[in-house]
Write a protein that binds this ligand. Structure first.
Ligand SMILES: CC(=O)SCCNC(=O)CCNC(=O)[C@H](O)C(C)(C)COP(=O)(O)OP(=O)(O)OC[C@H]1O[C@@H](n2cnc3c(N)ncnc32)[C@H](O)[C@@H]1OP(=O)(O)O
Ligand SMILES: CC(C)C(=O)C(=O)O
Ligand SMILES: [Mg+2]
Length: 515
């Protein structure tokens, strides 16, 4: 690898990242994030904006003291007091950097700075020189570079280089550039500015049009060798280029982009979770690299492919970003291959017919339920095992419940292939259902236990109902799960009666279904 293949990763999670509404981190949280960034191998940690507040100053200073490997930078406007304060904070670092910036675009000069082009050039010369007197490592940024004419931008860059800047950052401050324009800007500055070959050019892209990472990579093609980015892409407005996306794009597509970073990619997921927890910003499910679904597959065709070979639908391994394994999520789009694999993992070996039956029931459940958990599948298969010999089956159930009692149940049972429908009322819907069952299947058994619990979480969770019946010295317990609690109750009671009938029959083959 030659030095020109190495891309410097400049993390600004603690500065630009923290600037977005609601992302403020405490002092301790910042230290924790900085420690992980340092361990992960980012080259530069922009720890804050020291003039912004005493808290920011203290955080930058403490991160500067603690950081072992990375350069620690602080941000400063092109104002002497900002630069002096920044210098005070980063001076504790083993490798300090002052990052100073000023606007260059006509719209900013006219409305924000209210200065002429010549005045801004003078400010650049003075403030970069001031920073360079404090530290050897000075970055200068042309705020709103992508809306600045190349001619004036080249003069500003030349002024900064002459004053001692060692890194020149050309930000797409408002996320306006296209990749071609952004690449061309770096090519133009490197061609026309004297001394451009002595400095490192840097990208700093915002995601207003969803182009931050694409633009950062285009900047590399134009000759930039530093990328400014944030964990989870947090930052002003739509955010900055996401660090994890930049790192993994370079790692995965080395064939197309022959550059290397020093980032240990297996820590990317941990960094994402830490920043998400510190900022209380959830990571969207479909976020590239670190989203919950980045290595999850629900559709049957993809799951089938993944079971045959991971490379059919994954371009990087979950392990490479610190995720333990790919997950094949069971849902309404899943197919038989994944279902069979899941059953095997759960310890079930079903014959072909039982498997087809279980799969049909699984599809039916997945149509009604948003998340199908392992426990749902276990409950579904457990209910089926042993159900084939049942003499009593619930065919249909309608219940009228609510504040205006008495509650009523209309129930149709299949007993030895004969269908019987009854109606009963009760003190509550479950009582009504059990009265209906007792009317069709009279028995003396005592209801010793009736218990309901949710198998998984959410209002669409399967309810698991347990029913225990005692008849003389015979005790049977049945457990049934269904998304409808009342259906689960009816089926659990009937399942217990089936077990009781089976016990009676063992003792006396002529025993009737009722007792
Ligand atoms: C693109 C970016 O991300 S830039 C960084 C943005 N981040 C932040 O602003 C977060 C931290 N900021 C702060 O805490 C405050 O804004 C401070 C401490 C920096 C300044 O606070 P105040 O002195 O109250 O100024 P205020 O924020 O109202 O206005 C900004 C001033 O800085 C000036 N300014 C803005 N950028 C620069 C710059 N790069 N160089 C010199 N002056 C600048 C503005 O023109 C304005 O000056 P004016 O008051 O003379 O019109
Ligand atoms: C301060 C600069 C680098 C910035 O954040 C931007 O221009 O977006
Ligand atoms: Mg920015």
């Amino acid at each position: 690898m030659t030095t020109t293949d190495r891309v410097v990763i400049f993390d600004t999670t603690l500065r630009d990242g923290e600037q977005c509404p609601g992302a403020t981190m405490t002092f301790e949280e910042k230290l924790e994030v900085a420690a992980l960034l340092d361990r992960m191998g980012v080259d530069i940690i922009e720890a804050g904006f020291p003039i912004a507040s005493n808290g920011d100053f203290e955080a930058v200073a403490e991160i500067a003291r603690r950081t072992r490997n990375a350069v620690v930078a602080g941000l400063a406007r092109a104002i002497p007091a900002d630069i002096a304060r920044c210098g005070e904070a980063v001076r504790f670092a083993q490798r300090p950097r002052i990052h100073t910036f000023v606007s260059t675009s006509p719209i900013h000069l006219q409305h924000q700075m209210r200065k002429t082009e010549e005045q801004v050039l003078e400010i650049i010369a003075a403030t970069v020189a001031q920073a360079r007197n404090l530290v050897d490592n000075v970055e200068w940024s042309a705020m709103d570079a992508t809306r600045t004419g190349h001619e004036y931008l080249a003069r500003a860059v030349e002024t900064a280089i002459k004053a001692g800047a060692t890194t020149i950052n050309l930000p797409d401050t408002v996320g306006y550039a296209t990749p071609d324009e952004y690449r061309a800007m770096f090519v133009a500055m490197r061609e026309r500015v004297p001394g451009a070959d002595k400095v490192t050019f840097s990208t700093h892209c915002h995601d207003d049009l969803g182009l931050a990472v694409a633009n950062s990579l285009a900047g590399l093609a134009g000759g930039a060798r530093q990328i400014e980015c944030t964990v989870n892409g947090i930052g002003e407005r739509a955010g900055n280029a996401a660090l994890e996306e930049v790192v993994m794009a370079l790692k995965t597509r080395r064939d197309a982009m022959p550059y290397e970073t020093g980032v240990e990619s297996t820590l990317l997921t941990r960094a994402s979770r830490l920043v998400s927890a510190a900022t209380s910003f959830p990571v969207q499910y479909n976020k590239a690299i670190v989203g919950k679904n980045a290595f999850a597959h629900e559709s049957g065709i993809h799951q089938d492919g993944m079971l045959k070979n991971n490379e059919t639908y994954e371009i990087m391994t979950p392990a490479s970003v610190g995720v333990t394994k790919t997950s094949l999520v069971m849902g309404k789009h899943s197919g038989r291959a994944a279902f069979k694999d899941k059953l095997k993992a759960l310890g079930y070996e079903l014959g072909e017919n039982a498997l087809q039956d279980a799969f049909a029931r699984f599809k039916d459940l997945a149509d009604r339920k948003k998340h199908v958990y392992d426990e749902d599948i276990e409950a579904l298969v457990d209910n089926q095992i042993g159900a084939s010999d049942d003499r009593i089956k619930v065919l249909s159930l309608t219940v009228i419940a609510g504040t205006l009692g008495p509650q009523q149940a209309t129930l149709t049972l299949d007993i030895d292939d004969v269908h019987t429908t009854v109606q009963a009322s009760g003190n509550g819907p479950v009582d009504a259902i059990f009265n209906a069952i007792r009317r069709v299947v009279p028995h003396e058994a005592n209801l010793a236990l009736f218990q309901v619990h949710a198998v998984t979480e959410g209002t669409d969770a399967q309810a698991e109902v347990s029913v225990r019946l005692e008849e003389g010295d015979k005790t049977v317990t049945a457990r049934v799960a269904d998304p409808d609690t009342l259906v689960a109750a009816a089926k659990a009671y009937v399942a217990a009666l089936n077990k009781l009938a089976a016990k009676r029959q063992k003792l006396n083959p002529q025993a009737a279904i009722s007792a």
